[in-house]
Design a protein around this ligand. Structure first.
Ligand code: WTA
Length: 653
């Protein structure tokens, strides 16, 4: 097979894979999307297809007059239409007599649990919407959310949506500096946080970290603090309020006012190739249409009987789209879990699946590879027979992990949907439809109905077989509407590389049956455990340390986390710093997820004669590969010294 060709600059091609799995007869019998009718409809008229989905899946207060207005690179969907996102996620289910349906089975890490029905979620959301209003938040304002995985995070998001304020959720693992930068970029008025949350058996502080950020966030006028960790916190009089005090006193009714289809729903910050994170903008009608559509058909959701569990944190796009908006719009019952998968034991997730009889399970390849390391004996301790479908997201899933997932979690009877998408795409773009698509382990298969995806080469010419750059060829309802405060950067980042095409930053290959195989990112963004981290951001953090003169950061292939962060650091003359200290410093600056796995100290970095750091070469060194062409290198000795030291480092330290 010649299918292994990978595009220039992409990471290594995945192993070739020929096994295939057609949908089982049993699954096909009761599936929402058997056959090709959705593809046929969308092929005939993709805009008409989305319009029908939107009318079918959502309640509009006012009908739109134009399905899509497209002035490349700016799209508007369902123009002129009005809807309220929180009404679609809550009120209409309660009004339809489904108020007693469980929205969340919430499981705390220490073992406490809560059951939240749709009626309860609506009640708390209305109260919190009034709390926000009382704190001066109005339509068009931004609210920052910095919370653990607790139901209040969902309430806060839906309360914003209810009053037309945009939320900006910052993952609880981010540091004070990252939080501060994101608050300031969004100019948020209110911050919703918690005292702390539970992780790996301990309480991790949030309010104390937020306090550090709040020292330098002039736009924030109010802070709401949920009590969860029970840790000591300081409350600033006049600015800081306990959530339970405000909720208790709040007016219980907040009518869901219709919003324009293009009303800003949220900002979510993601790494770019330059240091500054990008505030990705998502709006209401188109976003909700596509997350509801994909959640229904990709996961084959039967809301009366299914229990859906997405293990992502609400701080990432996966949590926004497949814990909050998609599932709630569809009236799904879900599991939400606060903590880590190995507390108290390595079988915690399997225990939860058994406890709540989860039927649809959505997780990331990095987690699956960790489960593989812990061994099949862990899931074998539990009855996982309730499961009927498995999903994967966040990075390419290697065929061994796919097969292990199918056998040891899915009991060889669950289809696997490998779903490719991004913060920017808002919703799943490339994925099997479980009752219709024959899958191959490691392939995300085909673009979903309505989605245009093609590979191109360096020159932008279409590639029909082999490796290329993944591009999207037409607007889609949940596409980003731009970068907050910087539409030039939006055009430049996504639409300038290939004429008329959105370039996703990923390499992929097409096999002879037309299946897509994602190959990872081709730019300077690393993918560590499914989190996008830019090399530049980590480098800037390292260089901010007084002892560091220069730093180069690369992502090296790692069997567990997909990529691991490897840093090469040159210290200032006479200065001293050790690996531990620098790792802690990066954790402080950006957050623990960005800490380098290994730091090599070197008197020089390999540079081209024009002074550019040769990251490609450092990646080769980090991955133990023989070096290719080093003819442009200024000083070859630097690299041989680094290679010698890399070879001495034990692989898993
Ligand atoms: C990668 C997460 C291969 C990809 C939803 C993309 C994947 C980046 C897959 C977006 C998949 C996501 N197969 N790669 N199924 N899903 N990716 O913005 O590199 O956190 O560009 O969104 O993750 O990451 P983000």
């Amino acid at each position: 097979m010649t299918d292994n060709a990978s595009p220039p600059g992409a990471i290594d091609a995945l192993q070739w894979e020929n096994r295939r799995f057609p949908p089982s007869a049993a699954f096909k019998n009761d599936t929402l999307a058997a056959g090709t009718f959705l593809y046929d409809e969308a092929d005939a008229d993709y805009q008409g297809f989305w319009a029908r989905q939107s009318a079918d899946l959502l309640d509009w207060a006012k009908e739109w007059h134009t399905i899509c207005e497209w002035e490349l690179p700016f799209a508007k969907w369902f123009v002129g239409g009005e809807l309220n996102v929180s009404f679609n996620c809550l009120d209409r289910h309660v009004l339809g007599g489904r108020g007693d349906r469980v929205a969340f089975y919430w499981e705390g890490e220490p073992g406490d649990s809560r059951v939240v029905t749709y009626a309860e979620l609506l009640d708390e959301t209305q109260r919190f919407a009034n709390v926000l209003k009382d704190l001066g938040v109005g339509k068009g304002d931004r609210v920052n959310i910095y919370l653990p995985m607790i139901p209040e995070a969902v309430v806060a998001m839906l309360a914003c949506a209810r009053i037309g304020a945009a939320h900006s959720v910052v993952f609880g693992g981010f540091s004070a500096n990252s939080l501060r930068d994101r608050i300031n970029d969004a100019e948020a008025k209110v911050l919703v946080t918690a005292d702390g949350g539970f992780r790996r058996g301990d309480v991790f502080p949030l309010k104390p970290v937020a306090d550090e950020a709040l020292a330098d966030t002039p736009s924030i006028t109010g802070v709401v603090v949920v009590r969860r960790g029970g840790n000591e916190v300081e409350m600033e009089a006049g600015r800081d309020h306990w959530y339970h005090d405000l909720i208790g006193a709040a007016d219980p009714v907040c009518v869901a006012e219709p919003m324009d289809s293009e009303q800003l729903l949220f900002l979510l910050y993601t790494s770019g190739t330059t240091g500054k994170p990008k505030g990705i903008m998502h709006t209401s009608g188109g976003y909700l249409t596509q997350v509801a559509f994909t959640h229904k058909y990709v996961f084959d959701l039967h809301p009366e009987t299914d229990v859906f569990w997405c293990t992502a944190d609400v701080g990432w796009i996966t949590g926004h789209s497949y814990i909050v908006y998609g599932p709630l719009a569809n009236g799904a019952t879900q599991v939400m879990y606060e903590g880590v998968p190995n507390h108290p034991g390595n079988d915690r997730l399997w225990e939860i699946i058994e406890k709540y009889k989860v039927t649809l399970f959505y997780t990331a390849p990095t987690a699956i590879r960790t489960f593989m390391k812990w061994g099949a004996a862990e899931p074998e301790k539990h009855d996982l027979s309730s499961l009927r479908l498995l999903g994967s997201v966040g990075e390419p899933i290697n065929p061994e992990a796919w097969m292990w997932y199918q056998e040891h979690i899915g009991g060889n009877s669950c289809p696997i949907v490998d779903t490719w998408w991004q913060t920017e795409t808002g919703a799943i773009m490339i994925s099997p439809l479980p009752g219709a698509t024959t899958t191959k382990p490691g392939s995300a298969t085909f673009p979903l109905p309505g989605i245009g995806a093609e590979l191109v080469d360096e020159q932008g010419d279409r590639v029909e077989h082999g490796g290329g750059y993944l591009t999207l060829t037409r607007p889609w309802p949940s596409m980003l509407r731009g970068i907050w405060g910087d539409q030039e950067r939006y055009r430049e980042t996504y639409w300038s590389r290939f004429d008329g095409r959105y370039f996703a930053g990923d390499g992929a290959k097409l096999d002879s049956d037309g299946y897509l195989w994602l190959l990872g990112r081709v730019d300077d963004v690393m993918n560590v455990s499914g989190h996008r981290i830019s090399t530049t951001e980590v480098e800037s953090a390292l260089v901010a340390h007084p002892a560091v003169a220069e730093a180069a950061v690369v992502g090296a292939t790692d069997p567990t986390t997909g990529q691991a962060i490897i840093a090469y650091v040159t210290l200032r003359g006479g200065a001293a710093a050790d690996e531990q200290e620098l790792r802690a410093f990066v954790g402080e600056e950006i957050g623990h997820i960005a800490k380098p796995k290994t730091i090599y100290f070197t008197p020089d970095l390999p540079k081209t004669r024009s002074g550019k750091i040769m990251r490609r070469l450092l990646r080769d060194v980090a991955e133990g590969r023989n070096l290719g062409d080093t003819s442009t290198l200024a000083d070859v000795n630097v690299v041989s010294e680094l290679q010698r030291r890399a070879a001495e480092t034990p692989p898993d330290d």
